[in-house]
Design a protein around this ligand. Structure first.
Ligand code: AMP
Ligand code: GLY
Length: 421
């Protein structure tokens, strides 16, 4: 079959790399893709929000399956759009706009978790009409204070603040436009203390299969210090996620979530990303995402031994339970190479060299651009260097030695991914 993958980052290169290995995949297209996806499929220059152009393309090229990488087109309703008559024969991996509110609205997600008894931090929804109640909620908490813009805010909408007065001021600023419409409503939460990890399910809105779990490293600096980023690296499996924790995650979080999705009759064929925190052995949900994670996908895909197209096709056809997941027992470690200055201002357009000298790792492109026969940097996160090895520390070492070999001006990467495990 012909497949269209939507997106252009490291996550999409990892998904494309895996799709291309399937004998069920004839032609793979990626909109817009990057120089990495061009190695395994054909990039097409149509933006994710241009649903009409995507539709024409799919009809012209006889596309049977669409996989939506990022959240924005899902929240904007790409799945509902393709459910219309002319394109309803195309299977689509990604939930409807309504269901995508599990990621697109923190308040929607919290109400859902509360309704289905899923463990998460206690919370309060605040708008300008109950600001005083918001202040009192903050006063009743102890530091640090957690404030979340309800809507999507490019990953910047969560504030964790030490000082009560500052938190109250920030609440006011958020409600009056700090993140535009996204923060007209704010969710205040109790702070949970623990280690975060991520679990992924593929579902058809009724049944599900679990993919390998992962942990990402969000801070720019070694030892988890400095500013938050889109993700500086990831590992899978996560050593502290043992059988006992898995059992709790499945029974208390994954099953009630899929049950809730079914109960609410959500149109949800796709990935559920559970952002979890382990609080002294008890798992809580920090957030849901309605897509795979980045850079988690760059460690998850290399560990999946099943045919990914067959799994996705089964999700679309509603027979997911026929599959047993086959997971590579080895560890995967991704080290993200980023542009100097990221996550603040950084320069683009530097030539990348040494890609042909990499040994023992897979290099997924994230923010790169082809110019003639050169590959240039074009984003903050540039390349994800993934290694599989029986020992995760050895895997990390190999990724780091390859990140040493690859050169571009201002390159930076963390040398301590997995340090805490
Ligand atoms: P979110 O976008 O909801 O995942 O929040 C971004 C980050 O903020 C998370 O990855 C956590 O590190 C942190 N965070 C969010 N909510 C909480 C909470 N209730 N307690 C502690 N940390 C949190
Ligand atoms: N790595 C977290 C995310 O993709 O949202």
């Amino acid at each position: 079959m012909n497949i269209l993958l939507i997106g252009s980052g490291g996550r999409e290169h990892a998904i494309a790399w895996k799709l291309a290995q399937s004998s069920l995949c004839d032609q793979l297209y990626i909109a817009t893709g990057n120089p990495g996806t061009a190695l395994v499929g054909k990039n097409i220059d149509i933006q994710a929000h241009d649903f009409e152009a995507l539709k024409s393309f799919c009809l012209d090229q006889d596309i049977s399956m669409i996989i939506v990488g990022p959240e924005a087109p899902l929240v904007e309703g790409i799945t509902d759009f393709f459910r219309q008559e002319a394109t309803k024969h195309i299977g689509i991996i990604g939930p409807s706009a309504y269901a995508a509110q599990l990621e697109g609205s923190k308040a929607f997600a919290k109400q859902f978790m509360q309704k289905y008894g899923i463990p998460t931090a206690s919370y309060l929804e605040v708008t300008t009409s109950n600001l005083q109640e918001g202040f009192r909620f903050l006063e009743a908490q102890s530091a640090p204070y957690v404030l979340k813009a309800d809507g999507l805010a490019a990953g910047k909408g969560v504030l964790i603040i030490q000082d009560l007065e500052e938190a109250q001021l920030s609440l006011q600023e958020m409600l009056t436009g700090k993140f535009g419409k996204a923060s007209e409503k704010v969710v205040l939460e109790a702070f949970l203390s623990g280690i975060e990890f991520s679990v992924f399910a593929l579902t058809n809105g009724k049944d599900y299969i679990l993919l390998p779990e992962a942990k990402d490293y969000k801070r720019i600096g070694e030892g988890d210090t400095g500013l938050n980023t889109g993700g500086m690296g990831a590992v899978s499996p996560v050593p502290f996620v043992d059988q006992s924790l898995w059992t709790k995650v499945r029974a208390r979080i994954v099953e009630p979530t899929i049950h809730g999705i079914h109960q609410e009759q959500m149109d949800y064929t796709g990935f559920v990303f559970f952002g979890l925190i382990n609080v002294e052995g008890e798992p809580y949900v920090i957030e849901y995402n309605c897509r795979m994670g980045d850079p988690e996908t760059e460690v998850v895909m290399p560990r999946i031994q099943n045919d990914l197209v067959a799994l996705l096709q089964s999700a679309i056809e509603g027979n997911l339970t026929e599959h047993q997941m086959q997971i590579d027992a080895r560890s995967a470690v991704t080290v993200m190479m980023v542009s100097g200055g990221y996550p603040e201002d950084y320069a683009k357009g530097y030539t990348i060299s040494g890609l042909d000298q990499v040994e023992g790792s897979i290099v997924f492109h994230a923010g790169t651009h082809a110019s003639g026969d050169k590959i240039l940097t074009s984003g903050g996160r540039v390349l994800a260097v993934t290694t599989l090895h029986t020992d995760f520390k050895a895997a990390a070492k190999i990724s780091i030695s390859n990140a040493d070999i690859i050169q571009f001006d201002g390159k930076y990467y963390r040398k301590d991914i997995g340090f805490d495990l």
